[in-house]
Design a protein around this ligand. Sequence first.
Ligand code: URA
Length: 308
Amino acid sequence: MALDEAALDVLGLAPLWARRGARTASRAGGEGREGREGEAGMPAAEQSASTPNSVAPAPAVRAEAMPSTELGGPDRLDTPDPRDAPDQEADALLEAFGEVAEHPSRPTPTIDRAGVAALDWEALEARVAGCEQCRLCEKRTRTVFGVGDREADWMLIGEAPGENEDKQGEPFVGQAGKLLDSMLRALALARGENVYIANVVKCRPPGNRNPEPDEVARCEPYLQRQVALVKPKLIVALGRVAAQNLLKTDASISSLRGRVHRYEGVPVVVTYHPAYLLRSLPDKAKAWADLCLADDIYRQALSERAGE
Ligand code: URA
């Protein structure tokens, strides 16, 4: 793997890289995989509660209590749009009265799972662009379908578009996107080159709130179809909301990190959302450990395929 020290500088992980590079070289000489946690400044493994989709314990990523920002707040960085406030208040009131916060004038459409599962790229993109499956369509500027190499080995899945993504129609284009690009560079990857990036929901939730379960459910066939078409060897779930929705669990991100899960049969590694990392610099080292785990899983998948 080519070293990209500039990218690691951005991540604040250049010294880790130097050690990883040294270790990679020695691994090529027959050394085992131990020691990564030391390189990433992490103590020995601490495994936690399993989830329905988790398949295998993975090495040595410490599960720690997350600061409340990662546990509760929106992952996206953009500031809430004040125009959205009345809507959110109305939703909160409706929920308080146990009602479903659906737009009163729009009947709930049925989800055409089988139809979506049969679409090719072009038809899928068109279907998403015209989607009115949930009320997120009412306030979006653009749908955010996904971007990158449609035959990529790596698929990165975030939560939902933020303000910039809603304007530009591309995932992760704000500050968090820049950090994500640096993280990819550190792995000798790039947006669009063996990487495909998508979100759990394709429209921006007003005020950057977390997507509602119903919104996720209505968007899921699109993501499932994207995964089926890309056929990635590995999925990286970016942030708590993406991970919980993909893996259908309420488990904390700290308990989901450091293990290999599955989504639609594809191995999934969970890491922090780049927007969260921008606010919490110390956790970049943990994110780097997650990416190293992802890289290991990827390489394992490659060598298994070579041995077939
Ligand atoms: N955060 C996400 O989860 N996805 C985006 O596309 C942008 C920010």
